[in-house]
Design a protein around this ligand. Structure first.
Ligand code: TEU
Length: 566
């Protein structure tokens, strides 16, 4: 089945591969050091030739950029940093010409504090006051004093989730930065305004929505304190604000008001979600979304202190988590599959081995394991090149509000700066946001100006031009993985069965579709491993794709094989 030949069906995204673009860091066409829409338009053939079916575009809307665009001040316009609506229309046309669909980012749990809705809402007598969460200080406390916040909810970016407004003597809720006030979805006017905006984009020709922290939009009313996180005086327990009592109702309304009848890809980013909720939201008959993003596999290498409480990954933990989601959504719902995005460090540096000896092989093997799972794979820009983490050696190099927030609070609480720096350096979102590496020229072909974040020094080796020219590159391996999904029903639909669950270095599983069985063998270490007992009979097996051409009884460091069993 070649791309786009399948009959139009509402589940088209089950055979699709999605490519995420973080516009600020993809390609800069006007030399201001910040990526833009024309830069993306200039590189559409890279996406066509890679073979992806969908582009997910992180926000390009008008924004004061407090959180790089996830703080929107006008949902129906493009920020001049990124271009114009005409550029966006040209991007939609250019993608569609190449058989690629466009999914836009929908950020409606919160707006920017510069959005007219919020500017109006600041006035207590405004009819927009109830479009946000305004509350009086905690009983018996004076506004602005520590502990006077209406609830003890912590922000995802560290610190209290409430900001005091002197003028009105009340607080407003912000689960992210204080410049990202949360919308009050209890208010039907808010929902109607969001549906109208979404329809406006659908009418403009887009093919779907990636919905930012969508399982935060329903808060439990009355708002109440959550369980305190030890040593913080705040509650960072995300389940206090996730999967609220009216979320299913709101998603049902969204489906009726916007999604029905449009064959859109809809993926909900869902903090702290579990399999059961994911099944409810994505069930093919009774659900509302095509799929969700969960974070469980992204927190297996961090401790109770959260994302920056860095711990080594235990491979059996990862295998078990993937089995839980593969089995959990095997008969109802659908999985999204990702290692990378604009909020996570580079996977080859995190789960793989980014040393010169093993970077390419481990990047290929990480791709093999992810793309041979059942679900819709997401490739984050640069993942197809095996891009690595940046080497951050000083606080001043970070730009990410989450990283800087955590660093300052951690050091303020007594963590030695060197330890805080090391933790942030390995997990910062800025690792994902260094400029795309197009070639070996000074700014990696990203910009003729001064990039907003420095280009990774290894761009002399790790870049698209070199990858296209090297048949054995990570990029050509990803092209082959994408073709396997397009061509083989067993890859798209086959049942997943994990093998050797407790093995600490091997990740092996089968996919079965009718009498076709694929076996995936992956050495998740930088050492050689002999093929273990407990594998299916390999007699007559044929190699569909591997990191090494010749088989043999030993798996080389980070080697992986996709075998069709005889
Ligand atoms: O991310 C939500 C979210 O939970 C992450 O920010 C999380 O805190 C962490 O970085 C992931 O481990 C979404 C967007 O993807 C992110 O870029 C925004 O900053 C955030 O929402 C607020 O809009």
């Amino acid at each position: 089945m070649t791309k786009g030949s399948a009959p139009p069906d509402s589940d088209w995204w089950k055979s699709a591969v999605v490519y995420q673009i973080y516009p600020r860091s993809f390609a800069d066409s006007d030399g201001d050091g910040i990526g833009d829409l024309r830069g993306i338009i200039d590189h559409l053939d890279h996406l066509r030739d890679l073979g992806v079916d969908v582009v997910w575009l992180s926000p390009v809307y008008r924004s004061p950029m407090d959180d790089n665009g996830y703080d929107i001040s006008d949902y129906r316009d493009i920020d001049p940093l990124f271009g114009t609506l005409a550029d966006l229309d040209e991007l939609i046309a250019g993608l569609h010409e190449r058989g690629i669909k466009l999914v836009m980012d929908l950020v409606v749990n919160h707006t920017s504090d510069e959005h007219p809705w919020f500017l109006d809402s600041r006035d207590p007598s405004s009819d927009k006051r109830n479009w946000y969460w305004w509350r009086a200080p905690r009983d018996g406390r004076t506004g602005g004093e520590p502990g006077a916040e209406p609830t003890n909810w912590g922000s995802f970016f560290t610190g209290p989730g409430w900001e005091y407004d002197e003028r009105s003597g009340e607080y407003f809720l912000h689960l992210f930065s204080r410049r990202q006030p949360d919308l009050n979805w209890e208010n039907p006017e808010v929902r109607a305004a969001v549906w109208d905006m979404m329809r406006w984009w659908v009418d403009r020709g887009i093919d779907g929505f990636r919905m930012d922290v969508i399982n935060l939009i329903s808060k439990t009313v009355p708002l109440a304190d959550g369980p305190e996180t030890p040593g913080t005086g705040l509650s960072y327990d995300p389940t206090v604000v996730t999967d609220g009592p009216r979320l299913v109702e709101f998603l049902g309304e969204m489906k009726r008001e916007v999604l029905d009848g449009h064959d859109l890809l809809t993926v909900g980013e869902c903090v702290a979600i579990d399999v059961a909720h994911a099944r409810t939201y994505t069930d093919g008959d009774s659900g509302f979304l095509s799929m969700v993003f969960h974070f469980e596999h992204m927190s297996l290498d961090s401790g109770p202190g959260g994302k920056f409480d860095v711990r080594p990954l235990q491979l059996p933990d990862l295998k078990e988590n993937i089995r839980v989601w593969q089995d959990g959504l095997a008969t109802s719902g659908w999985n999204s599959l990702y290692w990378n995005n604009h909020d996570q460090p580079r996977i080859v540096s995190r789960f793989g081995d980014d040393s010169p000896d093993h970077r390419v092989t481990s990047a290929k093997t990480l791709g093999t394991v992810l793309h041979l799972l059942r679900g819709t794979p997401y490739i984050y820009q640069g993942e197809e090149l095996g891009m690595t983490n940046q080497s951050f050696v000083d606080r001043s190099q970070f730009r990410d509000i989450e990283s800087l927030g955590w660093y300052d609070v951690a050091v303020g609480a007594g963590l030695p700066p060197a330890v805080a720096l090391a933790n942030v350096a390995s997990r910062s979102r800025d690792n994902a946001r260094t400029p795309m590496q197009w070639d070996a020229s000074p700014n990696a072909g990203f910009s003729t100006g001064d990039p907003w974040l420095p280009v990774n020094a290894n761009h002399d080796v790790v870049n698209a031009a070199a990858a296209w020219a090297d048949a054995d590159s990570v990029l050509h391996h990803y092209r082959a993985l994408i073709s396997l999904r397009h061509d083989l029903a067993v890859v798209r639909e086959g049942r997943f069965d994990l093998l050797l669950p407790h093995d600490e270095h091997l990740f092996c599983f089968t996919r079965t579709w009718g009498d076709e069985v694929l076996l995936v063998l992956a050495n998740w270490s930088s050492g050689e491993i002999p093929l273990p007992d407990g594998l299916p009979n390999l007699t007559g097996a044929s190699l569909l794709l591997g990191t090494h051409v010749d088989g043999g009884a030993v798996l080389r460091p980070w080697e992986s094989r996709i075998l069709r069993l005889g």
